[in-house]
Design a protein around this ligand. Structure first.
Ligand SMILES: Cc1ncc(COP(=O)(O)O)c(C=O)c1O
Length: 411
């Protein structure tokens, strides 16, 4: 109760570009893109127009036995972005349900190939893949898991790479050792390419991922790249995996969050021919029987197609420019003794506060409100995941606001 009083919810009435406005008219820059979804700014007119137009034409139809243009167009455009290496698309509504689908597909596909004993999964330490039971089982954040331990599957958790520890070789060796001893029990490894976001914005190199791809393949373990947070340009390329290879892809990539620009719930599971083919049969019972009522909702797909239009028009170049603005504005903290481990990957910037006060995250957030910025530190990790609307001035504004918060809150 005390927490509710010290940190009451903000009553937001409207949003435009990077800004949110509350019911008293105060504004806040959404430096976390409202849980990392709002990549093109709030109330993006092109998306709103597409939503209205689609809603007036066809608002929903089941994808069981029916299909529609927005879903087909979106599927083809996403598959093309993987050069059709991941040419099969399954739709759901949120990130966690995409993770559930990927886990089921991997287990079922292996079973269909005579490897039903691969009924376990592996994930990295500190990984976050969502909070439904399957997704929570491949998550390693005790805060979210502890109350549900008895319900969770037994997952292998392996050392995670972390640029702060320079431990990629150690992490790779741990993965190799795990798969050598238990690889034949494991259907898939889940991984957040380039940045483990929910686990505290820890970063690793494309080279680490390249080697993970090889090790998992050597042991017949599928690789699920969860790009729910890091996809859609967040790390600088449309798929984070493009930084690893444009020819050697994981077995599955997941998207959600930014794919509709933060307008409507939609998630996507892109999978390989091998996985798709293992369900291809005239025997209905051998298919991948999984559905959600709103699977492939046309309005959500129409919004996603506008997001892809932005990328087709060169959004990744704008993102590169904006990432530079962010780096320049925050370079002032490099010599600040209160700030540790400043790191950046595309439009994700994060650092730790050396001596955080009690209730640091909450206090920092409240101070941010006073300085017109919406922030949500994870423990003592402060991070920025802004919408792709940053001018040099806005980046400086963010650095000023964060500097005020650090002055106010650190001991
Ligand atoms: C990497 C990753 N996977 C999965 C999820 C779960 O997505 P959702 O909250 O839409 O269920 C999240 C959410 O933050 C995420 O960051």
């Amino acid at each position: 109760m005390a927490r509710l009083q010290s940190c009451p919810p903000l009553a937001i009435q409207s949003g435009h570009d990077g800004w949110l406005y509350d019911d008293t008219g105060r504004r806040y820059f959404d430096s976390v893109s409202s849980w990392w979804v709002n990549i093109l700014g709030h109330t993006n007119k092109r998306i709103t127009d597409a939503i209205v137009e689609q809603a007036n034409r066809l608002s929903h139809v089941m994808l069981g036995g029916c299909t529609h243009e927005p879903a087909v167009e979106l599927s083809e455009r996403l598959a093309a972005r993987t050069s059709n290496n991941l040419g099969h698309v399954f739709f759901a509504s949120d990130g966690s349900s995409a993770v559930e689908i990927a886990l089921k597909q991997c287990f079922h596909s292996k079973a269909a190939q005579g490897e039903g004993s691969r009924n376990r999964f592996a994930c990295l330490k500190n990984s976050y893949h969502g909070e439904t039971i399957g997704a929570l089982s491949v998550t390693d954040v005790p805060l979210f898991q502890n109350s549900y331990r008895a319900l969770l599957n037994d997952t292998y958790i392996v050392e995670a790479p972390d640029s702060r520890k320079e431990n990629e070789d150690v992490a790779l060796e741990a993965l190799r050792t795990l798969l050598e001893s238990h690889g034949n029990e494991i259907a898939a490894l889940t991984i957040e390419p380039r940045v483990q976001c929910g686990g505290g914005m820890t970063m690793h190199s494309p080279e680490y991922l390249r080697r993970v791809r090889q090790i998992t393949r050597d042991h017949g373990v599928y690789l699920i790249a969860d790009e729910i947070a890091v996809g859609c340009g967040r790390t600088g390329t449309f798929f984070a995996w493009e930084q690893v290879s444009k020819t050697d892809w994981p077995d599955i990539i997941l998207l959600s969050k930014g794919i509709t620009g933060g307008n409507l719930p939609l998630s996507i599971v892109l999978s390989s021919d091998e996985i798709f083919d293992s369900f291809l049969s005239d025997d209905f019972t051998k298919g991948f029987l999984h559905s959600h009522s709103y699977t492939g909702n046309p309005i959500a797909c129409a919004a996603a197609n506008v997001v892809l239009d932005h990328f087709d028009e060169g959004l990744t170049s704008d993102i590169a420019e904006q990432a530079k603005h962010l780096a320049n504005a925050f370079s002032r903290f490099h010599d600040d003794p209160r700030v540790l481990n400043m790191r950046q990957c595309g439009m994700i910037l994060a650092f730790e506060i050396k001596n955080p006060s009690d209730h640091f995250a909450e206090r920092f957030h409240m101070r941010g409100r006073e300085h017109e910025i919406l922030t949500r530190p994870i423990g003592n990790t402060v991070y920025l995941i802004p919408p792709y609307v940053l001018s040099e001035e806005l980046a400086e504004f963010l650095a000023d606001a964060i500097a005020f918060c650090i002055d106010d809150v650190s001991d």
